[in-house]
Every structure is written in structure tokens, then in C-alpha cells.
Write a protein that binds this ligand. Structure first.
Ligand SMILES: *Cc1c(COP(=O)(O)O)cnc(C)c1O
Length: 380
């Protein structure tokens, strides 16, 4: 059996270190916002080349808090519109709603599954105040173009980086790609008017043993508000400056993340090595492989193929003991929860949700597992 993602095996090498960490937290007797969280915030900020990192309870809260932070600073207000890709994981859209803002859905490019910047300008109204860029499946969105649009229309750029820990830009390689105009930059780490939300849900590229999340930003004012907002809007105990929430990264989870962060780059490299093999060795007219320019702008949180008869392919792979998952089966605008959007039409988004299938990919996948997946797909 080739499981889609074997989390137990991914965490196995850390078992002894995790036990030690638990012991040290127990001995320390400090469980919330202590040394482990501080250390992680410092290391993760450094890793992202960002000035500030704020540990929070999960990826969803990271997004909500960024929006609430901008509201507290007077840069956003209730009812403002936020542009977001129509095919994102629903959490991105729910976070906008949770902050009393209005999501405006925009179609992605079929080739990259990321938001199509060319479609953004026509959706901008006097109420549009922000763009939530999502680096879906681990591939950087077209940040240069998004940032240009944002600058021109004075919009805030927020990044949902829940699937893309560790993405990097490699401009020189990007120039040679067939999508020459896809000039990407990491905005969250360079722009002061920007913030990125991360999730450490166990299945993400950097995952803890429960829920966890973080925000990175270079904006000092925003960071200051966020450190307070995640802790009831209070920096000094029992003195509340803002209407905050409780969303703190646990000491213990931060401790586990401190042990795993040093291996994130090599783990991502292993994912890319498998992706390279899939891309060069899977040859089947019935299967569309994902676009990638071979640079480090993709961390392959997911390796997503497309095929017209998905149910049949998934069944065939299952019969060969290869587990696959659909990310995601129902587009947000067709979910029951969003009945107000159910009659809207997003043909590219709908096609993606009808045809995508995610193959197993992870840093612990063996060579023979990869061989078998390739062979099975080529025989299909
Ligand atoms: C996982 C995920 C989130 C939410 O993260 P949680 O930690 O589960 O709250 C948000 N956006 C995207 C794109 C995700 O994949």
C-alpha cells in the first residue's frame, strides 16, 4: 500500500527529540507564550527573511488576525472587498468573512491553479481594498503582477502561505520557462504593506502534532497589533487595547516545530525531486501534469494531475494500492454553506474541481514507491 501521506512515518525520526522536548516543557512548567514560542518566532522570521513572526493557533486564525490587524490600524473596514481565487481551499474565503469583509472570487489559470492576475483589474471597485493571494498546492502565485496591481489601486496584499512554507524565487530560471511572463517574487518578505499566513496543521510541509499557525510581516505597526490581538488584545496582562481573540501557538507545538524547521528545506527538496521524476517519467495522453518551471517557486505540498475520467483513474490506482485524494471535490461557490453564490459560474474553477487528483508525494516516499506510481500511471 502506498498511502497518500504517512504522517506517523514522517514524524518517526523525531520521536526521541519530541520526548525530550515534552520532558523539558514539563520540567519548565511554562505552557503558553514562553521560550519555545519566542525561539520559533525568531527562527521562522529569519527563515522567511521577514522582520516579524507571530505564532498563532492555526492557519485560519492567522488569516483572520491579519485582516483584523489591518482593521485595527484603520486600513480596512467592515464591508471592504477582498479579491481571492475562486478555487482556493475554503479556509481562505471563510477567513475573509470572519473578519466582516466581502470576498470577491476570481478565476485561476488552468495551467498553474493560481489566481489569474489579468482578471483582477476588471473586478476592482471603489470598495476593493485587498488581494488575498493563495500559493495553492505549494506554488507561488504571480506576486510581481499582483503587487503591481495592488500598488496601482492602493490595495493591501495578504498571502495565504498555508501550503507553501519555504517557497523561493529563482528569477534566472524563471526567464527561460515557457511562461516567461510569470515573473514571481515573494511579497510577504519584501513588502512592508504585506503579511503572510502559515498553517502548521500536521499534513502541511511544516506540520506540528496538532494545530498551529503563524504570521510573518515586515510591517512593524501590524506586527505590534498582531502580538496583542492573538492574546485578547492585550500586551500587558489585564490591560486590553484592542478587541482581540485567543489564538496562541502552544509552547509544546512550538517546541516540536523548533525541531522540525531545520529540515524544511531538505524536505522540500525531496518533494521537488519526486515531482521532477513524475513530470519527466509519467507519459499518458489521458493525464495532464502540473505546470512547473523547475525553480524553487514550488514546494509541492501537493502534486496535482488532471484527467477527464477521474473516478475511473482513482479507482484504478486504488486497485493497485495507491492512495490518492481530491483537492478539492467541490468549489467554494457551489458549497451549501455559500448558497448565495450557488448560481454563479466559474468554468475554470469548476473544471479544476471536476478533474484534479493528487498523487502521493512526501519527503519519506521511497524510490520504489515513486517507480510504482509512475509505472501504474503509464499503464493506465
Ligand atoms: C490548511 C489551509 C488553511 C488553514 O489552515 P488551518 O491551520 O487548518 O486552519 C488555509 N488556507 C489554505 C490554502 C490551507 O491549505
Amino acid at each position: 500500500m502506498i498511502p497518500f501521506l504517512d504522517l506517523k512515518k514522517i514524524n518517526e525520526p523525531y520521536e526521541a527529540a519530541f520526548q525530550e522536548k515534552l520532558k523539558s516543557v514539563l520540567e519548565n512548567g511554562w505552557y503558553i507564550l514562553g521560550k519555545e514560542v519566542e525561539t520559533f518566532e525568531k527562527s521562522f522570521a529569519e527563515y522567511c527573511q521577514s522582520k516579524y513572526c507571530i505564532g498563532v493557533g492555526n492557519g485560519f486564525d492567522a488569516l483572520v488576525l491579519i485582516f483584523k490587524g489591518y482593521i485595527a490600524l484603520g486600513k480596512l473596514k467592515k464591508g471592504d472587498e477582498v479579491i481571492v481565487p475562486a478555487n482556493t481551499y475554503i479556509a481562505s474565503i471563510l477567513a475573509i468573512l470572519e473578519a466582516d469583509l466581502v470576498p470577491v472570487l476570481i478565476e485561476p489559470r488552468l495551467e498553474t491553479y493560481n489566481i489569474n492576475p489579468e482578471l483582477i483589474p476588471e473586478k476592482i471597485t471603489s470598495k476593493t481594498k485587498a488581494i488575498l493571494a493563495v500559493h495553492l498546492y505549494g506554488q507561488l502565485a504571480e506576486m510581481q503582477k499582483i503587487n503591481e496591481i495592488a500598488e496601482k489601486h492602493d490595495l493591501i496584499v495578504v498571502e495565504d502561505a498555508a501550503q507553501s512554507h519555504g517557497v523561493k524565487i529563482n528569477k534566472s530560471q524563471n526567464k527561460n520557462s515557457k511562461f516567461q511572463n510569470y515573473d514571481v517574487t515573494l511579497s510577504g518578505v519584501e513588502e512592508s504593506q504585506s503579511a503572510s499566513a502559515f498553517s502548521f496543521y500536521p499534513g502541511k510541509n511544516l506540520g506540528c502534532l496538532g494545530d498551529g499557525g503563524a504570521i510573518t510581516t515586515n510591517d512593524e505597526k501590524l506586527a505590534k497589533v498582531l502580538f496583542s490581538l492573538r492574546n485578547y488584545g492585550s500586551e500587558k496582562k489585564y490591560h486590553n487595547e484592542y478587541v482581540g481573540i485567543n489564538s496562541r501557538l502552544d509552547e509544546l507545538q512550538a517546541g516540536f516545530l523548533n525541531l522540525k524547521l531545520p529540515n524544511l528545506d531538505s524536505d522540500n527538496e525531496k518533494r521537488r525531486a519526486i515531482a521532477k521524476r513524475y513530470l519527466s517519467e509519467i507519459e499518458n495522453d489521458k493525464i495532464v501534469l502540473p505546470f512547473w518551471d523547475l525553480s524553487r517557486n514550488h514546494v509541492f505540498h501537493l502534486f496535482v494531475i488532471r484527467t477527464e475520467n477521474r473516478a475511473h483513474l482513482q479507482e484504478c490506482l486504488a486497485q493497485n494500492n495507491i492512495q490518492t485524494i481530491i483537492h478539492y471535490p467541490i468549489p467554494p461557490h457551489q458549497q451549501k454553506a455559500f448558497s448565495q453564490w450557488n448560481n454563479l459560474s466559474f468554468p475554470i474553477t469548476e473544471k479544476i474541481h471536476r478533474e484534479v487528483l493528487s498523487l502521493p508525494i512526501s519527503p519519506i516516499m521511497t524510490e520504489s514507491d515513486v517507480n510504482f506510481v509512475i509505472k501504474t500511471l503509464n499503464q493506465y
